[in-house]
Design a protein around this ligand. Structure first.
Ligand code: ADP
Length: 171
C-alpha cells in the first residue's frame, strides 16, 4: 500500500527520495518551485539540466513529460522535472496536467524512488484553478500508484491554505 499524504510546507525541505519540480520546458530555471529548487539545491542540478539540453533534450522538455536529475544539496536523491501546461480557457489541457503526475511517477519508479513529493503543478504562474488541479493530481496519482505498486509514500506539498483545503477536500 502506498500512503498518500498532504503537508503544508516547502517542497525543498522534504526528506524524500524524489522531489518533483514544476519546471518549464527550457529546464534552465524559473520562478516558484523551480526557483526554490535551484536556489536550495545548488548549481549541480542546473549543470545536469544543461547537459540534458545539450544532449537528448535539445528541443527542451515537452509539456506533460518528466526527466530526473540528481538533487544537489536538497535532502532528496533526485529531482524529477516536469512541465505543466499553462491554463487555457480556449483549450482543454487537462490530459497534459495528468500526464505530468503519471510520467513523474514513472520516472520515479525507473530511478528506484520509493517516496515522492509533488507540488501543485501548474497552479502558480501557470494559473491552473486550484480545486481542479488538486482533483486531477489526487485522482491521477491514486490510479498510477495502484497500477505501479512501487511506492511507500506519495506526498503532496502545498504552500498556501487554499491549496491545502482543495487537496484535503479531495483526499
Ligand atoms: P507553475 O509554473 O507550474 O504554475 P509554480 O512554481 O509557479 O508552478 O507554482 C506551483 C505551486 O507551487 C503553487 O501553488 C505555488 O504556490 C507552490 N509553491 C511555490 N513555491 C513552493 C515551494 N517552495 N514549496 C511548495 N510549493 C511551492
Amino acid at each position: 500500500m502506498t500512503a498518500i499524504t498532504l503537508v503544508r510546507g516547502d517542497i525543498t525541505e522534504q526528506p524524500v527520495d524524489a522531489v518533483v519540480n514544476a519546471a518549464n520546458s527550457t529546464l534552465l530555471g524559473g520562478g516558484g518551485v523551480d526557483g526554490a529548487i535551484h536556489r536550495k539545491g545548488g548549481p549541480e542540478i542546473l549543470a545536469e539540466c544543461r547537459a540534458l539540453r545539450a544532449g537528448r533534450l535539445g528541443g527542451g522538455l515537452p509539456t506533460g513529460s518528466a526527466v530526473a536529475t540528481s538533487a544537489g544539496r536538497l535532502p532528496a536523491r533526485w529531482v524529477i522535472h516536469t512541465v505543466g501546461p499553462v491554463w487555457s480557457t480556449k483549450e482543454d489541457r487537462s490530459a497534459l496536467l495528468e500526464s505530468c503526475y503519471r510520467e513523474s511517477l514513472q520516472v520515479a519508479r525507473d530511478v528506484g524512488a520509493r517516496t515522492v513529493a509533488f507540488p501543485a503543478i501548474s497552479t502558480g504562474v501557470y494559473r491552473w484553478p486550484k480545486a481542479d488541479g488538486a482533483r486531477r493530481a489526487v485522482t491521477t496519482v491514486r490510479a498510477k500508484v495502484a497500477a505501479a505498486g512501487a511506492f511507500d509514500e506519495v506526498r503532496f506539498v502545498v504552500f498556501d491554505q487554499d491549496t491545502h483545503d482543495a487537496y484535503q477536500a479531495v483526499l
